[in-house]
Design a protein around this ligand. Structure first.
Ligand code: ADP
Length: 448
């Protein structure tokens, strides 16, 4: 660790890694500091993919999309509360971000769909592997090729300001406290879903929920920025993810792709109760109305084969299996007759492309007919914090008067406003790459 760099990037998730690569390509000398022993943050846990519109990948799949639709559907999904300047930048730079990744050998050639979106715009690797681990592994190859300094177990405790401009950070390393000077600092520290105190402060009702977040998601960047006058927005907007397996001592998010590829949700009798691909907010509300029992994802071999992560969930014992629906009902504790009727009705809806019962219109490309059959017990858990630091589309952190704090930038989940009151699946990974690139570029511009 040297005493000076051009830029200090705090956090090694998708936003931090992307920004470091972009900054380096423009000739800057960045350092990445990560407080945890493990690289990758919550990004490594992302499952669905990366949303983008008007991409060549979509055209290869014969999907004609538009920035306008992507913008409108995200705004609708976010309850109209989204910061529209950020959302405009986000949607209009999404295809460029997919291209930028491809230019770095990171190909997201397959497509799936998430709740609230009308077309397949969730890009993922052709292996159908979960996006997060894939993206972090691939970005780290570039970080290694560029020989960028990255230190784990280094926690930033304070932002330093001189004459109204950011001048560096104070950090704790395994060898003690250090001061690092830098012309610009990027907060890429993620959200606060794993900080019960902060969560309780803004959302007392959620403090007893489990979380899908890594233990380092404690909102440090938000508090660091707040301490030097940054404005915070939407801090009470917390996303509860509807489908989290939490019967063991760890909460495992069962990605939206399982539903996107055709799974249904049933109650503890075996009956459907919701449009499974409604927004996360609405699906969560429907599950909560069941009265604390949680719900069950039901799918078959064909759907399982389209979501590689299910193999892992099965391997660690989260999946129940039945050779036929009767056996699955028994293994899961559902009423067999109800489940059989539910699946028969659903398969008819798929055949007719018409879900009269719940008006589902997406993720209806395959029925649930080829055994073995599977179920996963799920319930909602704290997943993502939509609120955070206020920035402008140039990723500059804003003060209470909405003026940039010179030299301080933020990107990724630490930022508030982009997602309104509900984040769409696949938009967080997109946010880290789109705004990570933007931060790298804007720090270069600022330091020129
Ligand atoms: P994003 O998706 O926005 O990139 P992630 O959650 O993937 O966010 O990554 C954020 C990373 O920042 C995590 O690995 C987290 O441990 C790290 N981090 C959080 N606070 C600090 C801090 N004070 N010092 C260094 N690293 C931090």
């Amino acid at each position: 660790l040297k005493p000076n760099y051009d830029v200090v990037i705090i956090g090694s998730g998708g936003a931090g890694l992307t920004a470091a690569i972009q900054a380096h390509e423009l000739g800057l000398n960045p350092v990445i500091l990560e407080k945890m022993p493990k690289i990758g943050g919550n990004t490594t846990r992302a499952s669905s993919g990366m949303n983008a519109a008007e991409t060549n990948v979509q055209l290869h799949h014969h999907i004609v999309d538009s920035f306008g639709d992507f913008y409108g559907e995200t705004l609708k999904g976010g309850g109209g509360m989204n910061n529209q300047a950020l959302l405009k930048f986000f949607t209009e730079h999404s295809a460029l971000a997919i291209d930028w990744l491809a230019d770095h050998g990171i190909k997201l050639d397959d497509l799936t769909i998430t709740g609230g979106m009308s077309v397949m715009r969730t890009h993922r690797p052709s292996s159908m592997a979960p996006i997060g681990g894939f993206l972090v592994t691939e970005l780290l190859k570039q970080v290694a090729a560029d020989q960028l300094p990255l230190f784990t177990d280094v926690k930033v405790d304070e932002l330093l300001v001189e004459a109204g401009k950011i001048s560096g950070v104070k950090a704790t390393t395994p060898d003690g406290a250090v001061t690092i000077t830098a012309g610009a600092v990027l907060l890429a520290t993620g959200g606060f879903g794993a900080n019960k105190t902060l969560l309780g402060q803004y959302r007392d009702d959620l403090k007893n929920y489990q979380t899908t977040n890594q233990p380092g998601a404690t909102g440090d960047g938000i508090l660091l920025a707040q301490a030097i006058g940054a404005k915070l927005v939407d801090m009470d907007q917390v996303q509860v993810h509807p489908t989290v397996q939490q019967d063991t001592d760890h909460a495992y998010l069962i990605g939206e792709a399982v539903r996107g590829e055709g799974a249904i949700l049933v109650d503890n009798q075996g009956a459907r109760f919701v449009n499974e691909l409604d927004t996360r907010k609405n699906v969560t509300a429907a599950i909560d109305q069941l009265g604390g029992t949680g719900a069950y994802l039901i799918f078959d071999r064909g759907i399982r084969d389209r979501v590689k992560a299910v193999e892992f969930y099965d391997h660690i014992g989260l999946v129940k299996t039945g050779t036929d629906l009767e056996a699955l009902a028994t293994a899961t504790g559902l009423d067999a007759a109800t489940l059989k009727q539910t699946v028969a009705d659903w398969n008819q809806a798929v055949a007719n492309h018409n879900d009269a019962a719940f008006n589902r219109t997406t993720g209806m490309d395959r029925d649930i007919a080829a055994g073995p059959f599977y179920s996963i017990h799920i319930a909602p858990a704290v997943h993502y914090t939509m609120g955070g630091i206020a920035i402008n589309p140039a990723t500059q952190v804003l003060n209470q008067d909405e003026r940039p704090i010179a030299g301080l930038f933020a990107a990724g989940e630490v930022v508030g406003g982009l997602h309104g009151n509900n984040r769409i699946g696949g938009n967080s990974i997109a946010e880290t790459v789109i705004f990570g690139r933007q931060a790298g570029q804007q720090m270069f511009k600022y330091l020129q």
